[in-house]
Ligand binder design. Sequence first.
Ligand SMILES: CC(C)(COP(=O)(O)OP(=O)(O)OC[C@H]1O[C@@H](n2cnc3c(N)ncnc32)[C@H](O)[C@@H]1OP(=O)(O)O)[C@@H](O)C(=O)NCCC(=O)NCCS
Length: 164
Amino acid sequence: MIKLEQLSIKDDYKVYEMLQRIGSCENEFKNTAHGISYEEYLEWLKIQDDWSRGENLPKDYVPQTIFWLFDDDVPVGFGKIRHRLTNYSREIGGNIGYAIDPYYRGKGYATKLLALLIDKAKELKVNEILLSVEKYNPASKNVIEKNGGKMISENEYRWYFSFD
Ligand SMILES: CC(C)(COP(=O)(O)OP(=O)(O)OC[C@H]1O[C@@H](n2cnc3c(N)ncnc32)[C@H](O)[C@@H]1OP(=O)(O)O)[C@@H](O)C(=O)NCCC(=O)NCCS
């Protein structure tokens, strides 16, 4: 069964291992847990948990919540929801990002993950959802279009999509 689980300070080694398989920055999606030790990961979880509640945020950051995509008890990817858009995220990335463990790509997981993230964003009362995709990432463009994203603009480097 596919489900979304919010990051918790109790997350374990399975999630840590997935985070090590996803690159630190793939197509502008940042995975700041890549390459850190397990002990650092336990601290990282606490920081992310704080940020989700808007606590101890670095300057200019907005609250953001991380969700793991599980297929049964296997973590296969993760997504990030920023609760508000900033000038930076309007230009690069938008306020929802996602990545799938390379081992599980091409199986439809990102399409399901984005659908669940959009539902969560609505629960979190995010009032505007914007995603940008680099023009050399057709897989992500497909994921967005299959979830009803509407292309609202483009430039030399990126397409921009909004959701109702
Ligand atoms: C982009 C990414 C999330 C896609 O994950 P995924 O689970 O493999 O995606 P899905 O299996 O749901 O496939 C989505 C669609 O893209 C298509 N696709 C996959 N790879 C493709 C490629 N290289 N070129 C064109 N389309 C591609 C799939 O065929 C599928 O469309 P279909 O169902 O109509 O066949 C994954 O590659 C990833 O994590 N990349 C690194 C991080 C990233 O780019 N995040 C998005 C930033 S905007």
